[in-house]
Design a protein around this ligand. Sequence first.
Ligand code: RTP
Ligand code: MG
Length: 143
Amino acid sequence: MAVERTLSIIKPDAVGKNHIGEIYSRFEKAGLKIVAARMKHLTPGEAEGFYAEHSARGFFKDLVSFMTSGPIVVSVLEGENAVLAHRDIMGATDPKKAAPGTIRADFASSIDENAVHGSDSLESAKREIAYFFRTTELCPRTR
Ligand code: RTP
Ligand code: MG
């Protein structure tokens, strides 16, 4: 297995419910290392750009409105098989379908307000990391 990097977002609902620490704790317990982090309140343009692949979908307006409703925490996670490992910890998009013990099962209230985002492929991860972070802002872990 290869060491990968993936983009994580703790969404406005989870930040608003004070779950940043509990979510970070799950990443760390799974062996994922935080190599970049920033709190940020997205503008509508930034949210639209980030989720551009969904721009034709019926839920797009609500998604942009939700993602700009409060601050988010954007992080880069590094570890073995990080893209899939992170998606496993997050659970299914709809919290009603998310496996017990996953972040979405425990912290999300609906498919619209589902606590976290994670890149869905290595290719998406590269694009999404570059969307939020300059290369010089990534902090390789040497210890
Ligand atoms: P995310 O990108 O946020 O990590 O979520 P995901 O990969 O699990 O799901 P995706 O298909 O990429 O959808 C992005 C976000 O759009 C909202 N959504 N609503 N009402 C619906 O049918 C529907 N489908 C997707 C969700 O909030 C999802 O996280
Ligand atoms: Mg997605």
